[in-house]
Design a protein around this ligand. Sequence first.
Ligand code: IPM
Ligand code: MN
Length: 376
Amino acid sequence: MARYKIAVIPGDGVGPEVIREGIKVLRATAEVTDGLDIEFVEFPYGAEHYLRTKKLIPEDALKELSKMDAIYLGALGDPRVPTGVLEQGILLKLRFYFDQYVNLRPVKLYPGVPCPLVGKGPEDVNFFVVRENTEDFYVALGGRAKGKSRAELDLLRSLFSAKFKLDIDVDRDEIAYQMGVISRKGSERAIRYAFELARKKGKRRVTSVDKANVLTYAYGLWREAFELVARDYPGIETEHAFVDAVTMWFLKNPEWYQVVVTPNMFGDIITDLGAMIQGGLGLAPGGNINPEGVSMFEPIHGSVPKHAGKNIVNPIAAILAGQMMLVTLGEQRAADRIEKAVVEVLREGKVRTYDLGGKSSTSEVGDAVVRKIENK
Ligand code: IPM
Ligand code: MN
């Protein structure tokens, strides 16, 4: 009997309404799966909690979360809180604290889902983006300077720590600077995950995406790491691509891509593009994965404040995030039940939210998926 304790952080905006549907689906799945039991423990972190208490996510909450089997997250971000505060203080905090070094984002177009690419169908859009999730420009090191000044920047990571002491002399205008940091080990582990994934999923090619022609130091190291790891996988074809070119090729020839691995920031950008070619943000899930620790699953869309509380947004991204959570926990059979149910609902096309041209509500889509699961 497998019993899992899942931390739920519904978060802000539409987060709670999509997570509610995801939980409904996970409960129904546990119900029909012998030996699967899921307990949900809710945590209040997000805008409301922050505005009330001035706290983002306290240390004892992090301790509490580390006892869980996984975290299921809605969305963070609220117009009443300055931009970045909740995202950095909660979402990125969790990714770094739990060293969730892979952000796995499947780009998969399901049958019956409208694709904005003319002439492309489900057989053409089916790949994975493995986004390194703890480094690059996301380390949040930087500052502003005018005239003469000094700065000490500290970076503390599970793999390494680094101190930068800067002596800055700016002659006229004010400047701002921001550092991206790439580590050899940090790159290698994300890249290795991508190759292992390719092997497991029967994919033949891994594409590394960077901008090593301009950001030569950081992405030069990334490339070296890629070359080194690739040597352990002689059966898998490899290539490098520049991120600007990839935004073009994702649209022109999505069928070329099988597994894409890329540093944090480019991964952020190209997975929103990936979401569009799989039918929109309403369908795109992501997993923040630490294969040896606590992983966190979320729809990749944001909190969409303008739609909050209306019960109209698509819960499928959140439902599929729950499905990815089961895969990572090793419950493949249960996960397949969810994916199959989603596929059926999408293929029938009777119950769909506005983003897919329908009129159904968030909860009606959740109910439809649950009914498919119960029928089996
Ligand atoms: C994402 C989001 C986050 C990111 C934001 C909210 C910090 O855009 O998960 O892709 O940039 O990683
Ligand atoms: Mn993003």
